[in-house]
Design a binder for this molecule. Structure first.
Ligand code: CO
Length: 295
């Protein structure tokens, strides 16, 4: 007991009144995944971030409680929630922190994260110093108009060459949050800027039925399916490309299309990873942390 007390009593000697040295950290926050084969999508984004900011501590948090509990139970791996991750950084003396949302659009998950960040920003201590000296939040993938343009261009590179009577079909998650039109806006821009590229959602508008109407009207014969999700997890593996009768793949084959599948998450697309990196740079600039790229 005495030993414990002795070790926790602060040392008041040198440096007490001096200003502490700044400790910088980046917290990458994704929805999360329990599918191990799709982790390269997250790892690719992390690698881009580490390359650009080699001197800054990089941590992860998942916003999905369900995924975190599943991974903990199955693999014995603890992944922090954003609240826990921020609390740990605070305890470890990190005082300049940029949280980067790896969500697709500013929907429920992003807004919950923003509330958490704002909560931490409002913490004041008795002596007047703030919990974290400075805490900022980077935008999700689709935020400003320019993001949509960049995402379409990143997707175009991923589509590669395809024949005039072929189509690309992207599966987005979809949402009932009031920001759900992000998906139909992107679908609209894809259809203007690419030939026969369509986006539908598993849970939301535009739905698979609406997508099928557009597909039919386009007169294409072959379809290439791709997830429009950061990781190619459960929805991509089962709802998009699964062998059950209700998967998009099986239904399109039933309707006479020739179907192929590209089963990689958007995180594996370097152009997408770089859009997140740009958003993170914007956040870090507010902390006056600038890029020092690894050679
Ligand atoms: Co879902």
């Amino acid at each position: 007991m005495l030993g414990l007390l002795a070790s926790t009593i602060p040392v008041f000697a040198a440096g007490h009144s001096k200003e502490k040295e700044d400790k910088k950290a980046i917290l990458l926050v994704a929805f999360g995944t329990s599918v191990k084969s799709t982790l390269p999508a997250y790892e690719n984004i992390e690698q881009e971030v580490r390359k650009a900011f080699p001197d800054v501590e990089v941590r992860w948090a998942y916003t999905s409680d369900f995924i975190r509990k599943k991974v903990a139970k199955r693999d014995g791996i603890t992944i922090d929630s954003p609240i826990t991750a921020l609390a740990k950084l605070q305890d470890e003396g990190y005082n300049l922190v940029a949280v980067q949302s790896l969500h697709i659009f500013p929907g429920q998950e992003y807004n919950d994260l923003r509330n958490i960040v704002e909560g931490f920003q409002s913490i004041k201590r008795a002596k007047g110093d703030v919990g974290l000296k400075k805490l900022v939040l980077g935008h999700p993938l689709l935020y400003a108009y320019e993001d949509y343009v960049k995402v379409v261009s990143a997707l175009t590179n991923q589509f590669g060459e395809y024949e005039a009577d072929d189509a690309i079909v992207l599966m987005g998650h979809g949402s009932d949050h009031y920001a759900f039109p992000a998906y139909s806006c992107l679908n609209d821009m894809l259809r203007r800027m690419c030939k026969n590229a369509f986006l539908g959602c598993v849970e939301g508008y535009p739905s698979f039925d609406e997508l099928k109407q557009d597909l039919k009207a386009s007169g294409v014969k072959a379809v290439r399916l791709m997830p429009f999700m950061i990781v190619a997890g459960d929805h991509a593996i089962n709802d998009l490309a699964g062998d059950e009768d209700d998967s998009w793949k099986r239904q399109l084959i039933q309707e006479g299309y020739e179907v192929s599948v590209y089963l990689k998450g958007l995180g594996e697309n370097n152009d997408i990873a770089r859009i997140y990196l740009e958003h993170l740079k914007g956040a870090l600039a507010q902390l006056e942390v600038t890029e020092r790229r690894l050679k």
